[in-house]
Ligand binder design. Structure first.
Ligand SMILES: C[S@@+](CC[C@H](N)C(=O)[O-])C[C@H]1O[C@@H](n2cnc3c(N)ncnc32)[C@H](O)[C@@H]1O
Length: 325
């Protein structure tokens, strides 16, 4: 059931601010202007109903949030267009300032190499890979999200994109020279199956570069302290009963909801420690050549100093480079 309420813009902003604070305690720490901008973007796109010049109707916020909670978990079809636009506009700081710089330091010349983009989303990583010499005709992207692949095909018509699952790759053995994957493998509940599939479709001496969420950030426990929200990994240090926040050593599913583009997006992924993945790679036949924990680059400071401080001191992502022996 959708309720439409008739209110002025000022009332609307007040409504959103107070309700948002109740639902997301971290709101107080954030800049109101940022929240407002983000909310307005979402409202513009989905929920605004023009009634007359001075009044605007909005679908009740609770409905919006409750609906989002039900439908938004890992919904890459729903976000395909937004992700595509934001990536191209450089508006995803985690990619621009943290993940891609980490991958850039580990990648090599891809000239004359047949390259698979595993979990390629809307295909923007092809621009990155081309900068390292990959030719369009040698690039193949695969992703589970039909909408993302549709968009990738439209945007990069000379590259092959297919809908498919990384745990059952539709390629013959020894097919690729290089497999690249950005922030996708952590959606698999069983990365060993994925590593074995990647091993199978890589040629001998073929390389596999991929990034994952880092447990320091994503296996943490969210706790509100004095009205602010913290992500914690650690334990109590006094002699009383032990309290542990987060789960660094256990491979398991973690769910995070963040407020984005006017609605709350829920992402759920499987987080394991670096040694967990290292051992699985070895078990699948790989030799691990390199490992990096991410650090925001200096350029981030100009864009968002707070983001720089957090992401230069603590790794948000990690990346492995492995070779098929
Ligand atoms: C965070 S996005 C990353 C997209 C792209 N690599 C990038 O960096 O922009 C994660 C992608 O993994 C895809 N994905 C999740 N599970 C998958 C699976 N089992 N097989 C293939 N793709 C999958 C999602 O559809 C989504 O497009």
């Amino acid at each position: 059931m959708i309720n439409i309420v008739k209110i002025s813009i000022e009332e609307f902003e007040y409504e959103i601010y107070s309700k948002y604070k109740k639902i997301f305690p971290s709101a107080e720490r954030r800049k109101w202007s940022k929240i407002k901008k983000s909310y307005n973007e979402g409202i513009e796109r989905f929920y605004k109903v023009e009634l007359n010049e001075k009044t605007i109707g909005f679908i009740m916020l609770e409905n919006v949030i409750n609906n989002c909670k039900l439908v938004m978990k890992n919904d890459y079809d729903y976000y395909a267009k937004d992700r595509h636009d934001k990536l191209l506009a450089g508006l995803m700081p985690s990619h621009r300032f943290v993940e891609k710089p980490m991958m850039k330091d580990m990648i090599e010349d891809l000239s004359n190499k047949k390259v698979l983009m595993l979990g390629c989303g809307t295909g923007e990583e092809s621009i990155f890979l081309k900068a390292f010499g990959a030719k369009e005709e040698d690039l193949i992207g695969i992703d589970l999200s039909k909408k993302s692949i549709e968009l990738a095909k439209k945007s990069y018509p000379n590259i092959t994109f297919i809908v498919g699952d990384m745990s059952k790759l539709p390629f013959e053995d020894n097919f690729f020279d290089y497999i690249y994957s950005s922030l996708a493998i952590h959606y698999s509940p069983n990365p060993e199956i994925v590593y074995k599939e990647v091993y199978r479709v890589l040629k001998p001496n073929g390389k596999f570069l991929f990034s994952l969420v880092h447990p320091i950030r994503w296996a943490s426990f969210e706790k509100e302290i004095d009205g602010s929200l913290y992500r914690l990994i650690g334990c109590s240090v006094d002699d009383k009963e032990s309290t542990v926040f987060g789960s660094y050593n256990t491979f398991k599913e973690h769910t995070h909801t963040h407020f984005s583009w006017g609605i709350n997006e829920t992402l759920s992924f499987y987080v394991g420690s670096p040694s967990f993945h290292f051992k699985l790679l070895r078990k699948s036949g790989f030799e691990v050549l390199d490992f990096t924990e991410s650090k925001a680059i200096e350029e981030t400071k100009k864009d968002d100093m707070n983001y720089y401080i957090k992401n230069s001191e603590l790794p948000q992502f990690m990346a492995f480079l492995a070779i098929k022996k």
